[in-house]
Design a protein around this ligand. Structure first.
Ligand code: GAF
Length: 410
Protein backbone atom coordinates (compact mmCIF):
# COMPACT_ATOMS: atom_id res chain seq x y z
CA UNK A 1 0.00 0.00 0.00
CA UNK A 2 1.11 3.57 -0.65
CA UNK A 3 2.56 5.81 2.00
CA UNK A 4 0.34 6.58 5.00
CA UNK A 5 2.74 8.93 6.85
CA UNK A 6 0.53 11.95 6.17
CA UNK A 7 -2.46 10.31 7.89
CA UNK A 8 -3.50 10.21 11.52
CA UNK A 9 -2.83 6.84 13.14
CA UNK A 10 -6.56 6.12 13.08
CA UNK A 11 -7.01 6.99 9.38
CA UNK A 12 -3.91 4.97 8.48
CA UNK A 13 -5.15 1.90 10.36
CA UNK A 14 -8.64 2.16 8.85
CA UNK A 15 -7.27 2.73 5.33
CA UNK A 16 -5.09 -0.40 5.70
CA UNK A 17 -8.02 -2.42 7.06
CA UNK A 18 -10.32 -1.31 4.23
CA UNK A 19 -7.67 -2.11 1.59
CA UNK A 20 -7.06 -5.52 3.21
CA UNK A 21 -10.76 -6.33 3.16
CA UNK A 22 -10.96 -5.20 -0.49
CA UNK A 23 -8.19 -7.71 -1.29
CA UNK A 24 -10.07 -10.50 0.51
CA UNK A 25 -13.31 -9.72 -1.35
CA UNK A 26 -11.92 -9.08 -4.85
CA UNK A 27 -8.56 -10.91 -4.82
CA UNK A 28 -6.46 -7.89 -5.86
CA UNK A 29 -5.26 -4.60 -4.36
CA UNK A 30 -7.42 -1.46 -4.66
CA UNK A 31 -6.16 1.55 -6.61
CA UNK A 32 -6.84 3.75 -3.58
CA UNK A 33 -8.95 4.42 -0.49
CA UNK A 34 -11.25 7.45 -0.16
CA UNK A 35 -13.13 8.80 2.89
CA UNK A 36 -16.24 10.94 3.38
CA UNK A 37 -17.67 12.03 6.76
CA UNK A 38 -21.06 12.09 8.42
CA UNK A 39 -22.30 15.47 9.65
CA UNK A 40 -24.35 17.30 12.20
CA UNK A 41 -26.13 20.50 11.25
CA UNK A 42 -25.47 23.33 13.70
CA UNK A 43 -28.47 25.38 12.55
CA UNK A 44 -30.64 25.78 9.43
CA UNK A 45 -32.98 22.78 9.35
CA UNK A 46 -35.43 22.07 6.53
CA UNK A 47 -34.20 25.23 4.85
CA UNK A 48 -32.07 23.67 2.08
CA UNK A 49 -35.01 22.75 -0.15
CA UNK A 50 -36.38 26.26 0.36
CA UNK A 51 -33.28 27.95 -1.18
CA UNK A 52 -32.26 28.92 2.38
CA UNK A 53 -29.23 28.83 4.66
CA UNK A 54 -27.59 25.87 6.41
CA UNK A 55 -24.57 25.43 8.65
CA UNK A 56 -23.36 21.84 8.96
CA UNK A 57 -20.05 20.55 10.27
CA UNK A 58 -18.35 17.26 9.44
CA UNK A 59 -17.96 14.58 12.10
CA UNK A 60 -14.80 12.51 12.62
CA UNK A 61 -16.91 9.48 11.69
CA UNK A 62 -16.29 8.46 8.08
CA UNK A 63 -17.23 6.00 5.37
CA UNK A 64 -14.18 4.60 3.57
CA UNK A 65 -14.32 3.29 0.02
CA UNK A 66 -11.51 1.16 -1.38
CA UNK A 67 -11.85 1.05 -5.14
CA UNK A 68 -10.32 -0.19 -8.38
CA UNK A 69 -11.45 0.45 -11.96
CA UNK A 70 -12.82 -2.28 -14.25
CA UNK A 71 -12.82 -2.34 -18.02
CA UNK A 72 -16.00 -4.39 -18.58
CA UNK A 73 -18.72 -1.90 -17.60
CA UNK A 74 -19.55 -3.78 -14.39
CA UNK A 75 -19.97 -2.21 -10.96
CA UNK A 76 -19.39 -4.46 -7.95
CA UNK A 77 -20.07 -3.19 -4.43
CA UNK A 78 -19.52 -4.86 -1.08
CA UNK A 79 -20.01 -3.52 2.44
CA UNK A 80 -18.05 -4.49 5.53
CA UNK A 81 -20.98 -3.82 7.87
CA UNK A 82 -22.97 -6.80 6.62
CA UNK A 83 -25.42 -4.69 4.54
CA UNK A 84 -26.95 -6.87 1.88
CA UNK A 85 -26.11 -9.99 3.88
CA UNK A 86 -22.38 -9.52 3.24
CA UNK A 87 -22.95 -10.34 -0.45
CA UNK A 88 -21.19 -8.59 -3.31
CA UNK A 89 -23.76 -6.83 -5.48
CA UNK A 90 -22.90 -6.90 -9.18
CA UNK A 91 -24.56 -4.53 -11.65
CA UNK A 92 -24.07 -3.64 -15.30
CA UNK A 93 -23.65 0.14 -15.69
CA UNK A 94 -25.66 0.27 -18.90
CA UNK A 95 -28.56 -1.54 -17.19
CA UNK A 96 -28.84 0.87 -14.22
CA UNK A 97 -32.35 2.35 -13.95
CA UNK A 98 -33.61 4.93 -11.42
CA UNK A 99 -35.87 3.84 -8.58
CA UNK A 100 -34.85 0.20 -8.92
CA UNK A 101 -35.09 -0.91 -5.29
CA UNK A 102 -31.45 -1.78 -4.84
CA UNK A 103 -31.24 -1.55 -1.01
CA UNK A 104 -27.97 -0.01 0.22
CA UNK A 105 -26.31 -0.72 -3.15
CA UNK A 106 -28.74 1.76 -4.73
CA UNK A 107 -26.64 4.61 -3.27
CA UNK A 108 -23.31 3.76 -4.94
CA UNK A 109 -25.13 2.53 -8.06
CA UNK A 110 -27.08 5.81 -8.12
CA UNK A 111 -23.84 7.78 -8.01
CA UNK A 112 -22.38 5.87 -10.98
CA UNK A 113 -25.69 6.38 -12.79
CA UNK A 114 -25.78 10.15 -12.02
CA UNK A 115 -22.19 10.67 -13.21
CA UNK A 116 -22.84 8.79 -16.45
CA UNK A 117 -26.20 10.51 -16.94
CA UNK A 118 -24.34 13.83 -16.74
CA UNK A 119 -22.24 12.65 -19.68
CA UNK A 120 -19.11 11.89 -17.66
CA UNK A 121 -16.86 9.05 -18.84
CA UNK A 122 -17.26 6.67 -15.91
CA UNK A 123 -16.57 2.97 -16.42
CA UNK A 124 -16.87 -0.01 -14.13
CA UNK A 125 -15.38 -0.37 -10.66
CA UNK A 126 -14.99 -2.68 -7.70
CA UNK A 127 -15.80 -0.98 -4.39
CA UNK A 128 -15.56 -2.11 -0.79
CA UNK A 129 -16.86 0.06 2.08
CA UNK A 130 -16.11 0.28 5.80
CA UNK A 131 -17.94 2.91 7.87
CA UNK A 132 -18.00 4.39 11.36
CA UNK A 133 -20.94 6.71 10.58
CA UNK A 134 -23.93 5.46 12.60
CA UNK A 135 -26.72 4.39 10.24
CA UNK A 136 -30.26 5.72 10.75
CA UNK A 137 -29.04 8.23 13.35
CA UNK A 138 -29.70 11.32 11.23
CA UNK A 139 -25.95 11.82 10.76
CA UNK A 140 -25.96 11.47 6.96
CA UNK A 141 -24.51 8.02 6.49
CA UNK A 142 -26.15 7.99 3.03
CA UNK A 143 -24.40 11.18 1.92
CA UNK A 144 -21.08 9.84 3.26
CA UNK A 145 -21.56 6.69 1.16
CA UNK A 146 -22.52 8.68 -1.92
CA UNK A 147 -19.71 11.21 -1.64
CA UNK A 148 -17.02 8.60 -0.90
CA UNK A 149 -18.19 6.78 -4.05
CA UNK A 150 -18.31 9.94 -6.15
CA UNK A 151 -14.82 11.00 -5.07
CA UNK A 152 -13.41 7.52 -5.77
CA UNK A 153 -14.95 7.46 -9.29
CA UNK A 154 -13.86 11.06 -9.87
CA UNK A 155 -10.24 10.07 -9.18
CA UNK A 156 -10.33 6.68 -10.89
CA UNK A 157 -11.66 8.21 -14.10
CA UNK A 158 -9.87 11.59 -13.90
CA UNK A 159 -13.14 13.56 -14.05
CA UNK A 160 -11.76 16.67 -12.30
CA UNK A 161 -15.08 17.56 -10.65
CA UNK A 162 -15.25 20.45 -8.20
CA UNK A 163 -16.41 19.52 -4.72
CA UNK A 164 -19.72 21.35 -5.14
CA UNK A 165 -20.42 19.63 -8.47
CA UNK A 166 -19.58 16.31 -6.88
CA UNK A 167 -22.09 17.06 -4.11
CA UNK A 168 -24.76 18.01 -6.66
CA UNK A 169 -24.28 14.75 -8.55
CA UNK A 170 -24.45 12.78 -5.29
CA UNK A 171 -27.71 14.59 -4.46
CA UNK A 172 -29.03 13.75 -7.93
CA UNK A 173 -28.26 10.08 -7.23
CA UNK A 174 -30.36 10.24 -4.06
CA UNK A 175 -33.20 12.29 -5.60
CA UNK A 176 -33.54 10.65 -8.99
CA UNK A 177 -32.14 7.14 -8.50
CA UNK A 178 -32.86 6.22 -4.87
CA UNK A 179 -36.00 8.37 -4.83
CA UNK A 180 -35.46 10.47 -1.67
CA UNK A 181 -36.25 14.18 -2.28
CA UNK A 182 -33.47 15.52 0.00
CA UNK A 183 -31.86 18.95 -0.35
CA UNK A 184 -28.20 19.69 -1.02
CA UNK A 185 -26.96 20.14 2.57
CA UNK A 186 -25.71 16.66 3.47
CA UNK A 187 -23.77 15.96 0.29
CA UNK A 188 -22.19 19.43 0.40
CA UNK A 189 -21.22 18.92 4.04
CA UNK A 190 -19.58 15.58 3.23
CA UNK A 191 -17.76 17.02 0.21
CA UNK A 192 -16.82 20.52 1.38
CA UNK A 193 -16.48 20.77 5.18
CA UNK A 194 -13.05 21.50 6.64
CA UNK A 195 -11.39 20.74 9.94
CA UNK A 196 -12.23 23.19 12.76
CA UNK A 197 -15.04 24.93 10.85
CA UNK A 198 -18.77 24.95 10.32
CA UNK A 199 -19.78 25.42 6.68
CA UNK A 200 -22.14 28.29 5.93
CA UNK A 201 -23.94 27.44 2.70
CA UNK A 202 -26.44 29.54 0.83
CA UNK A 203 -28.38 26.79 -0.93
CA UNK A 204 -29.70 29.23 -3.57
CA UNK A 205 -26.43 30.22 -5.23
CA UNK A 206 -24.31 27.61 -3.41
CA UNK A 207 -21.97 30.32 -2.06
CA UNK A 208 -19.94 28.89 0.81
CA UNK A 209 -18.03 30.26 3.74
CA UNK A 210 -15.93 28.25 6.19
CA UNK A 211 -16.77 29.70 9.62
CA UNK A 212 -14.13 29.00 12.31
CA UNK A 213 -15.72 26.94 15.09
CA UNK A 214 -12.99 26.26 17.61
CA UNK A 215 -14.96 24.55 20.34
CA UNK A 216 -11.96 23.27 22.30
CA UNK A 217 -10.24 26.66 22.16
CA UNK A 218 -13.36 28.26 23.64
CA UNK A 219 -13.65 25.65 26.40
CA UNK A 220 -16.86 24.32 24.82
CA UNK A 221 -18.08 20.96 23.65
CA UNK A 222 -20.81 20.00 21.21
CA UNK A 223 -22.37 16.67 22.12
CA UNK A 224 -24.26 14.42 19.76
CA UNK A 225 -27.12 12.55 21.41
CA UNK A 226 -28.13 9.65 19.18
CA UNK A 227 -31.60 8.81 20.47
CA UNK A 228 -31.45 5.36 18.80
CA UNK A 229 -34.86 6.09 17.30
CA UNK A 230 -34.28 5.12 13.69
CA UNK A 231 -34.76 8.02 11.40
CA UNK A 232 -35.91 7.17 7.90
CA UNK A 233 -36.02 9.91 5.29
CA UNK A 234 -37.84 7.78 2.76
CA UNK A 235 -40.96 7.32 4.86
CA UNK A 236 -43.02 10.08 3.30
CA UNK A 237 -43.15 12.66 6.11
CA UNK A 238 -40.05 14.44 4.75
CA UNK A 239 -41.53 14.63 1.27
CA UNK A 240 -44.81 15.83 2.78
CA UNK A 241 -43.07 18.71 4.62
CA UNK A 242 -41.25 19.63 1.45
CA UNK A 243 -44.51 19.69 -0.50
CA UNK A 244 -46.09 21.92 2.18
CA UNK A 245 -43.23 24.40 1.86
CA UNK A 246 -43.76 24.52 -1.89
CA UNK A 247 -47.47 25.04 -1.33
CA UNK A 248 -46.70 27.90 1.08
CA UNK A 249 -44.40 29.54 -1.45
CA UNK A 250 -47.09 29.27 -4.14
CA UNK A 251 -49.73 30.75 -1.84
CA UNK A 252 -47.41 33.68 -1.11
CA UNK A 253 -46.46 34.16 -4.76
CA UNK A 254 -42.72 33.65 -4.21
CA UNK A 255 -40.29 31.30 -5.92
CA UNK A 256 -39.19 29.75 -2.62
CA UNK A 257 -39.74 30.48 1.08
CA UNK A 258 -36.25 31.98 1.12
CA UNK A 259 -37.87 34.93 -0.62
CA UNK A 260 -40.04 35.81 2.38
CA UNK A 261 -37.97 38.35 4.35
CA UNK A 262 -38.09 37.97 8.13
CA UNK A 263 -39.41 41.54 8.42
CA UNK A 264 -42.40 40.61 6.22
CA UNK A 265 -43.31 37.46 8.15
CA UNK A 266 -46.38 38.97 9.90
CA UNK A 267 -47.93 40.03 6.56
CA UNK A 268 -47.12 36.63 5.05
CA UNK A 269 -48.84 34.86 7.94
CA UNK A 270 -51.88 37.16 7.61
CA UNK A 271 -52.09 36.37 3.91
CA UNK A 272 -51.91 32.63 4.61
CA UNK A 273 -54.53 32.87 7.33
CA UNK A 274 -56.86 34.38 4.73
CA UNK A 275 -56.16 31.68 2.14
CA UNK A 276 -55.12 28.57 4.08
CA UNK A 277 -57.60 25.73 4.01
CA UNK A 278 -56.88 25.18 7.67
CA UNK A 279 -56.30 28.57 9.25
CA UNK A 280 -54.44 28.49 12.53
CA UNK A 281 -52.49 25.41 11.47
CA UNK A 282 -52.83 21.99 12.97
CA UNK A 283 -54.11 19.29 10.68
CA UNK A 284 -56.05 16.33 11.96
CA UNK A 285 -53.09 13.97 11.47
CA UNK A 286 -50.84 15.94 13.85
CA UNK A 287 -48.96 17.53 10.95
CA UNK A 288 -48.47 21.28 10.72
CA UNK A 289 -50.53 23.84 8.82
CA UNK A 290 -49.05 25.93 6.02
CA UNK A 291 -48.61 29.05 8.16
CA UNK A 292 -46.63 27.13 10.78
CA UNK A 293 -44.39 25.58 8.13
CA UNK A 294 -43.70 28.99 6.63
CA UNK A 295 -43.00 30.50 10.05
CA UNK A 296 -40.44 27.79 10.77
CA UNK A 297 -38.52 28.26 7.53
CA UNK A 298 -38.48 32.05 7.69
CA UNK A 299 -37.42 32.21 11.35
CA UNK A 300 -34.88 29.41 10.85
CA UNK A 301 -33.11 31.30 8.06
CA UNK A 302 -32.97 34.25 10.41
CA UNK A 303 -31.47 32.09 13.17
CA UNK A 304 -28.69 30.95 10.82
CA UNK A 305 -27.79 34.59 10.14
CA UNK A 306 -27.79 35.33 13.86
CA UNK A 307 -25.62 32.31 14.67
CA UNK A 308 -23.07 33.46 12.08
CA UNK A 309 -23.10 37.00 13.45
CA UNK A 310 -22.43 35.69 16.96
CA UNK A 311 -19.66 33.36 15.82
CA UNK A 312 -18.07 36.16 13.79
CA UNK A 313 -18.20 38.34 16.91
CA UNK A 314 -16.34 35.64 18.85
CA UNK A 315 -19.40 34.87 20.99
CA UNK A 316 -19.75 31.12 20.53
CA UNK A 317 -21.55 30.70 23.87
CA UNK A 318 -24.23 33.11 22.75
CA UNK A 319 -25.46 30.76 20.01
CA UNK A 320 -26.96 28.44 22.64
CA UNK A 321 -30.38 30.11 22.92
CA UNK A 322 -30.68 30.21 19.12
CA UNK A 323 -30.15 26.45 18.97
CA UNK A 324 -32.86 25.89 21.58
CA UNK A 325 -35.24 28.29 19.80
CA UNK A 326 -34.60 26.33 16.58
CA UNK A 327 -35.65 23.15 18.35
CA UNK A 328 -38.88 24.71 19.59
CA UNK A 329 -39.68 25.78 16.03
CA UNK A 330 -39.02 22.29 14.63
CA UNK A 331 -41.08 20.74 17.42
CA UNK A 332 -44.05 23.11 17.51
CA UNK A 333 -44.24 24.62 14.01
CA UNK A 334 -42.59 22.18 11.62
CA UNK A 335 -43.52 19.15 13.75
CA UNK A 336 -40.63 16.87 12.90
CA UNK A 337 -39.39 16.12 16.42
CA UNK A 338 -40.28 13.13 18.61
CA UNK A 339 -40.52 12.41 22.35
CA UNK A 340 -36.90 11.23 22.64
CA UNK A 341 -35.48 14.29 20.85
CA UNK A 342 -37.61 16.62 22.97
CA UNK A 343 -36.47 14.86 26.12
CA UNK A 344 -32.79 15.12 25.12
CA UNK A 345 -33.17 18.87 24.59
CA UNK A 346 -35.20 19.40 27.75
CA UNK A 347 -32.86 17.33 29.96
CA UNK A 348 -29.82 19.09 28.48
CA UNK A 349 -31.32 22.47 29.32
CA UNK A 350 -32.26 21.41 32.85
CA UNK A 351 -28.70 20.15 33.37
CA UNK A 352 -27.22 23.54 32.46
CA UNK A 353 -26.38 23.15 28.75
CA UNK A 354 -26.00 26.40 26.79
CA UNK A 355 -28.41 25.21 24.10
CA UNK A 356 -29.67 22.10 22.33
CA UNK A 357 -31.69 21.06 19.31
CA UNK A 358 -32.56 18.14 17.11
CA UNK A 359 -30.31 17.96 14.03
CA UNK A 360 -31.05 16.63 10.55
CA UNK A 361 -34.40 15.61 9.13
CA UNK A 362 -36.01 14.62 12.46
CA UNK A 363 -38.59 11.93 13.35
CA UNK A 364 -35.84 10.29 15.41
CA UNK A 365 -32.10 10.48 14.88
CA UNK A 366 -29.86 12.79 16.87
CA UNK A 367 -29.82 15.99 18.90
CA UNK A 368 -26.85 18.30 19.46
CA UNK A 369 -26.08 19.91 22.80
CA UNK A 370 -23.72 22.86 23.34
CA UNK A 371 -22.08 22.72 26.77
CA UNK A 372 -19.18 24.12 28.75
CA UNK A 373 -16.45 21.50 28.45
CA UNK A 374 -16.35 21.22 32.23
CA UNK A 375 -20.09 20.37 32.33
CA UNK A 376 -20.09 17.92 29.43
CA UNK A 377 -19.85 14.67 31.40
CA UNK A 378 -22.48 15.73 33.95
CA UNK A 379 -24.90 16.84 31.21
CA UNK A 380 -24.43 13.53 29.37
CA UNK A 381 -25.18 11.62 32.58
CA UNK A 382 -28.33 13.68 33.20
CA UNK A 383 -29.61 13.03 29.66
CA UNK A 384 -28.93 9.31 30.03
CA UNK A 385 -30.76 9.27 33.39
CA UNK A 386 -33.74 11.10 31.90
CA UNK A 387 -33.95 8.50 29.10
CA UNK A 388 -33.84 5.66 31.63
CA UNK A 389 -36.53 7.30 33.79
CA UNK A 390 -38.78 7.66 30.74
CA UNK A 391 -38.23 4.02 29.74
CA UNK A 392 -36.39 4.91 26.50
CA UNK A 393 -33.45 2.95 25.09
CA UNK A 394 -30.17 4.44 26.38
CA UNK A 395 -28.87 7.15 23.98
CA UNK A 396 -25.39 7.09 22.50
CA UNK A 397 -23.60 10.33 23.41
CA UNK A 398 -20.31 11.48 21.88
CA UNK A 399 -18.56 14.77 21.01
CA UNK A 400 -19.00 16.39 17.58
CA UNK A 401 -15.48 17.54 16.72
CA UNK A 402 -15.60 19.74 13.56
CA UNK A 403 -13.62 17.59 11.11
CA UNK A 404 -12.41 17.37 7.52
CA UNK A 405 -14.62 16.71 4.52
CA UNK A 406 -14.10 14.03 1.87
CA UNK A 407 -10.53 13.14 0.91
CA UNK A 408 -8.33 10.50 -0.62
CA UNK A 409 -6.48 8.63 2.11
CA UNK A 410 -4.11 6.53 -0.01
C1 GAF B 1 -32.13 15.64 5.66
C2 GAF B 1 -31.96 16.04 4.19
F1 GAF B 1 -31.21 15.09 3.54
C3 GAF B 1 -31.33 17.39 4.05
O1 GAF B 1 -31.29 17.77 2.69
C4 GAF B 1 -32.08 18.44 4.89
O2 GAF B 1 -33.28 18.80 4.27
C5 GAF B 1 -32.31 17.93 6.31
O3 GAF B 1 -32.89 16.65 6.33
C6 GAF B 1 -33.19 18.86 7.10
O4 GAF B 1 -32.55 20.07 7.29
O5 GAF B 1 -30.88 15.50 6.27
Amino acid sequence: MTDTDHLTADDAARARHTADRFREVYGAAPAGVWAAPGRVNLIGEHTDYNDGFVMPLALPHTTLAAAAPRTDGVLRVHSGDGSGGGQTVELRLDALRPAADGGWAGYPAGVAWALRDAGLPVGGADLHYESTVPVGAGLSSSAALEVATALALDDLYGLGLTRQRLAQLAQRAENAFVGVPCGIMDQTAAACCTDGHALFLDTRDLAQRQVPFDLAGEGLRLLVVDTRVKHELGDGAYAQRRAMCERGARALGVHALRDVPYAHLPEALDKLAATDEEPGGGKGDGGPGTAAVVRHVVTENRRVEEVIARLDAGEARAIGPLLTAGHASLRDDFRVSCAELDLAVEAAGAAGALGARMTGGGFGGSAIVLVEETDADAVAVRITEAFAAAGHTAPRIFPAVPSAGARRLV
